[in-house]
Design a protein around this ligand. Structure first.
Ligand SMILES: Cc1cc2nc3c(=O)[nH]c(=O)nc-3n(C[C@H](O)[C@H](O)[C@H](O)COP(=O)(O)OP(=O)(O)OC[C@H]3O[C@@H](n4cnc5c(N)ncnc54)[C@H](O)[C@@H]3O)c2cc1C
Length: 307
């Protein structure tokens, strides 16, 4: 570990070694990451790639961690925070935004330029990069409707290149294999002239507040079922709304969310996931597919040591 720190210092890349799920995941629980790095340039990413290969440490790009659970045993790799990259440019109806820009900021810029399209996504606590990777969507709008092009850093080859919207493999809450082993650097959005952007955004954000819990969560735990119904409906019908394990709860406001009541562990979250999917399978014969991403390793309960 000392050698990794030495290399990061030599490369002048900002990093921290004391962060974990409490700071990095919107669930505000989970184990520590070995290193969290804050690159601000492609050159820094190239160095991180070299360090990752030299020490066999995987790289995990992330934004606001609003879809990411880090298991309690921690993540033995380099979390690559993209929030330091914040370039913006506009041309006609197109807005090009660095991956680390939160959608709230993107919306302010779009509103200034009179460009609409992102309003429905406004209340999502996420970055443009994370939203592109997960093809985030709400109220009938998905990122895939807007992405004209993404510029990526290839974690295998170190190359930087562009992927056009038409070359992507977007599906429901997925970008398929488009961004495997890639770090999204920036995204060009194809927007449209519009008025009252802030008002529309405020409307959708208020709708969210009415129906969604305010405690820390990762949004919808599972994807909608193939019949198009939210998993929360079935979890509720299985009688699990409000169920508590440890410090986590299947939200009594919206059964599609698992919330942190203040002292949850990642294991509390995954136990509630297992309980939900088991009950929905038994009662309705439906397999729930996780929407959230789980990384890291569990704690070995026999001896308390890391597995
Ligand atoms: C309260 C709440 C409400 C939510 N509502 C919605 C909703 O309405 N619709 C919806 O779709 N989702 C929703 N979510 C889930 C979440 O916000 C989205 O999945 C979002 O796209 C994640 O963005 P992020 O920047 O936080 O990504 P992270 O959680 O940090 O990362 C998510 C994934 O993207 C990858 N990633 C992140 N940045 C990059 C990058 N630059 N390059 C390559 N890969 C990258 C990560 O490796 C990971 O695979 C909600 C979450 C919360 C907490």
């Amino acid at each position: 570990m000392n050698e990794v720190i030495h290399e990061l210092n030599n490369s002048k890349i900002a990093f921290k070694t004391d962060l974990g799920g409490k700071e990095l995941s919107a669930f505000r629980a989970g184990g520590k990451a070995l290193v969290t790095a804050y690159p601000e340039s492609v050159k820094a990413l190239e160095r991180l790639k070299d360090i990752s290969e030299a020490f066999s440490l995987p790289l995990y790009p992330f934004g606001l961690g609003s879809n990411t659970l880090i298991l309690d045993g921690g993540y033995d790799g380099i979390m690559v925070s993209m929030v330091g990259m914040r370039r913006i440019s506009a041309s006609g109806n197109e807005l090009t935004l660095s991956a680390g820009i939160p959608v709230t900021v993107a919306l302010d810029i779009a509103a200034e330029k009179g460009l609409g399209g992102l309003e429905e996504l406004g209340g999502i606590p996420a970055t443009i990069g994370g939203m592109t990777k997960t093809n985030a969507g709400a109220f009938g709008r998905e990122m895939s409707d807007l992405v004209a092009e993404a510029t990526v850093f290839d974690m295998k080859t170190g190359e930087v290149y562009k992927i056009k919207g038409s070359e992507t493999d977007f599906g429901y809450r997925t970008s398929g294999s488009t961004f495997h082993d890639k770090i999204i650097l920036s995204v060009k959005l194809d927007l449209m002239p519009a008025a009252k952007i802030k008002e529309k955004c405020a409307y959708y954000t208020a709708l969210r507040r009415e129906t969604q819990p305010s405690r820390p969560s990762l949004g919808s735990t599972f994807k909608r079922t193939p019949d198009g119904i939210g998993a929360g409906y079935y979890i509720d019908k299985a009688g699990l709304k409000g169920t508590v394990i440890g410090g986590a709860e299947i939200s009594s406001k919206h059964a599609g969310f698992i919330v942190n009541r203040g002292h949850a562990t990642a294991a509390d979250y995954t136990k509630l996931m297992a309980l939900s999917s088991g009950a929905v399978k038994r009662k309705f014969g439906i397999d729930l597919e996780p929407e959230i991403e789980i990384i890291g390793k569990e704690i070995n309960r026999d001896d308390g040591a890391r597995t």
